[in-house]
Design a protein around this ligand. Structure first.
Ligand code: C2O
Ligand code: CU
Ligand code: CU
Length: 443
């Protein structure tokens, strides 16, 4: 990191020996690790990454949630880096870029689920201009996968891709149920990333007190006390944990994200763990030792932007559908299911939505299927206006919004700062790969 506010690094995507769950697996990693290195940035920084592809298939890089240009060498998900090739990305964060936790992962259409399930992802932290008073800042990247006896990542059959693959091995920073230790009476900051391909995380931490600072790029003006936090795939939570003596389990409680009639369940995860209602433990927190002076108050955060009174230039509707009759699946006798937005599967050559730069739009995302779909828009964050008719009490900004089974979500988006072409899609990565994605151009 130089004084000029720039960070340059090389990321090499490769299949090889990676430490996962305390053993040597043959998996995908960046620079030999999964997750890849955590990148710490500040608003106004320039992040330069040379991505080198040592895989046997194409890949590329996406900085999920960062408000940076989608054009040229920026967050351009239409770049394909072929095996043996490399690409120099340059991401310029505006001076008013929101602090928070973001992440990076591949985005080559058709291969996203497999490459992330294989281990390619990492966290990005955009630091606060004024650091919050905490005793510990932890980045907890939650992922899931499956390893066979030889330590290879399991191949996922087409039938499991319709629900979205879930792995029975749920990891935090590549470890299985790691032990975290803390002193009592402290305030810690936990930045959680849901890097799972399809698994929802309904986070609970019994015996400790949790406050939610914000989700994704969003930040509440004051942190809200919470009993649990639901992270759809792709979502992040910025949490404050005030520690109390004892042992607590960070767990993901059972969450029913629905399914299609006749669809297989949740893949091996539910089966391997018996009763899915038991949930999954992610990490164990041990709080012991001499109590230390209590934490000082959290300074109020700047008031979040609020588009509720903004003039809206266009209203659009996006229908998310999963139904029989698509051409993407088949061959294994499980039937053909199409994953579409407004009746169409993704086609890179087509631009589905054209938006005037600088305008505010209101989008209603309607889920016509009996399973949840987490809707994600690149580059420009979304303010939640309503979820199934209910409005959030205070402005909430996210880049992934869960659209409940047979439900609808309305958001507002300010298409500011950048022009160019990017994408919106379901963040159940198999659905994205199977076509539940659209291209947007802002000009
Ligand atoms: Cu996290 Cu388009 O992706
Ligand atoms: Cu993204
Ligand atoms: Cu979906």
């Amino acid at each position: 990191r130089s004084a000029g506010g720039s960070l340059a690094l090389e990321l090499e995507a490769a299949r090889g020996p990676v430490q996962l769950a305390g053993r040597q697996a043959t998996a995908l990693g960046y620079n030999g690790t999964s997750p890849g290195p955590t990148l710490r940035l500040r608003a106004g920084d320039v992040l330069s990454i040379r991505l080198t592809n040592r895989l046997a298939e194409p890949t590329n890089l996406h900085v999920h949630g960062l408000h940076v240009s989608p054009a040229g060498a920026g967050d351009n998900v239409f770049v394909a880096v072929d095996p043996g090739g490399s690409f120099d990305y340059e991401y310029r964060l505006p001076a008013d870029h929101p602090p928070g936790v973001y992440w990076y992962h591949p985005h080559h259409h058709g291969m996203v689920a497999e490459q992330i399930f294989g281990g390619l992802f990492g966290a990005i932290v955009v630091e606060d201009a004024v650091p919050l008073p905490v005793s510990m800042d932890r980045v907890l990247v939650v992922s899931d996968t499956d390893l066979d006896a030889a330590g290879n990542v399991r191949d996922v059959p087409p039938s499991e891709r319709m629900a979205g693959r879930e792995g029975g091995l749920v990891l935090v920073n590549g470890q299985s149920n790691p032990l975290l230790s803390a002193l009592p009476g402290q305030r810690e900051r936990w930045r959680l990333v849901n890097a799972c391909a399809a698994r929802y995380l309904r986070l609970q931490l019994d015996g400790q007190s949790m406050q939610l600072l914000g989700m994704d790029s969003g930040r509440f003006q004051s942190p809200a006390a919470v009993e649990e936090v639901l992270l759809a795939p792709g979502n992040r939570a910025d949490l404050l944990v005030t520690t109390m003596a004892g042992e607590s389990v960070l767990r993901s409680a059972y969450y029913d994200r629905g399914s299609m009639p006749g669809m297989m369940g949740r893949g091996p995860a539910g089966r391997a763990q018996g009763d899915p209602s038991q949930g999954v433990s992610l990490a164990t927190l041990q709080v012991a030792g001499e109590s230390v002076p209590g934490p000082s108050g959290v300074p109020p955060q700047p008031a979040p932007a609020d588009l509720r009174q903004a003039p809206v230039a266009a209203h659009r509707q996006f229908l998310l559908a999963a139904g029989m009759g698509g051409g993407s699946m088949g061959g294994d006798g499980t039937g053909m299911m199409a994953f579409t937005i407004n009746g169409r599967e993704f086609d890179e050559a087509r631009t589905d939505t054209t938006v005037a730069a600088g305008s505010v739009e209101e989008w209603t995302v309607v889920n016509t299927s009996p399973m949840d779909h987490p809707f994600h828009l690149h580059v420009w964050p979304m303010q939640l206006i309503s979820v199934d008719g209910a409005a959030p009490a205070s402005p909430a900004w996210q880049d992934v919004v869960n659209v409940p089974a047979n439900g609808r979500v309305t958001v507002r988006i300010a298409f500011r700062d950048f022009t160019g072409r990017s994408a919106y899609h379901c963040h159940i990565l198999d659905h994205e790969d199977l076509g539940m994605m659209g291209a947007i151009e802002v000009r």
